[in-house]
Design a protein around this ligand. Sequence first.
Ligand code: NAD
Length: 448
Amino acid sequence: MLTTFQLMLMENQGKKMLEWAKNLIRKTAEKMGLKEEVIERLIEPEMVLEFSIPLKLEGGRRLKIVKGWRVQHNSALGPYKGGIRFHPQTTKEEVMALATLMTIKCAVAGLPYGGGKGGVAIDPKTLSEFELEQLSRKYVKKIAYFIGEDIDIPAPDVNTNSQVMAWMIDEYQKIKGKKSPGTFTGKPVSMGGSLGRTEATGRGGVIILKALLEKLKIKTSQLTIAVQGFGNVGYYFAKIAAEEGFKVVAVSDSKGGILKLNPKSEARNSKQYQTSYFLPLNIPLVMECKKQKGTLAGCYCVAGVCDIEGGRTITNEELLALPVDILVPAALENVINEENMKNIKAKIIVEMANGPVTEEAYEHLTKKGVIIVPDVLANAGGVTVSYLEWVQNKAGYYWSEEEVNEKLKVIMKRAFEVIWKKSVEKKIPLKQAAFEVAIERIVEAMVI
Ligand code: NAD
């Protein structure tokens, strides 16, 4: 049970994120000379659904009441699009902020979608499989009359995956009495999901990072990367980056992380790290160890033997402060903030999570010359392949994984080029350029 203080803290985190998203839109729109009524329409969500879900827990037959939301932010460019997260710290404000970012993200990627988001304030790790299925189905019962393949299209997000989408779409189709595969994306391939969707967000992030390095004329090989978060996004980002020649030297999850050090380096017994001390991790072996041992901290497999002493165990705060070239927050929002921003040493931050850098930290790091690749561009690969899944569902015609990956690359590179050009021409950071490009596109499509 969360204390009142914890609840207040969570609410404040969500409020902070929402305020920043609104400020970014307002500041950009004012600079563009847009009228107040247009700015308000860009900021205010079109619909906020708030409801409670009674969950029957197994064993004691106890009823647990959990809060849920679906926010439909803006539909100027097309149906609302956005994931559903199950997380104990999810609040209405957080879902509203994430829905706002989805509106911007879909416009940045040039997709025919508006922005939406859903969430339930619950820790799904405390639920049995039966309870999780019940939660997924009951959530859909609450929103079924507000979604549809041309209205609002949910997808997975934190702690929801293709299995959750399978339960949700099954429930939705029962309610509607017809097949409607295009109403949810991120489904299992057997139910009309797209090949390449699982890896898409991580893959898209690596495409954007490589495009940036090409513009900066920096060679990929030997650049060191630390990735916070080893779920869907973090794992595939780390794996694909390593395949592309980057040195992924540290990864972490909610319980801590692993750093690979050269056994001969002086750093074995010190925490004064230097880039030259680091060795690349074998990412699939780290995942294998996590699966076997149930932990990531220090976990490594060598020659089939998995060992939790195989690499140095580090905390999440230590990971963020490592002297790596590229830092990739791929877990949750607000992790780089006022308290730790002065410890950050990386020159490039790729925002793979949504809103991982707070407003204060963003201002501080940008002034210091750190390049921050904004979430609305860096992690748009997921919604892009969701779009490709939806197109395949509507056409009833399915592409190979190579075809999907190729289309993803084309869309991501196109999005990057437009934002890079604006950033260079106007001498503004990438985040500001991304918001400007998105707002131009949304306003053009808005019926005023
Ligand atoms: P996930 O649930 O698969 O993984 C989340 C990971 O973060 C887990 O490894 C978890 O242990 C770790 N984590 C949680 N709290 C942490 C903490 N305090 N410190 C360090 N690690 C912590 O979720 P995901 O789908 O990988 O999403 C991660 C982020 O990416 C979220 O911000 C999400 O909104 C964003 N995102 C996801 C997608 C997608 O397609 N899944 C698309 C765009 C953006």
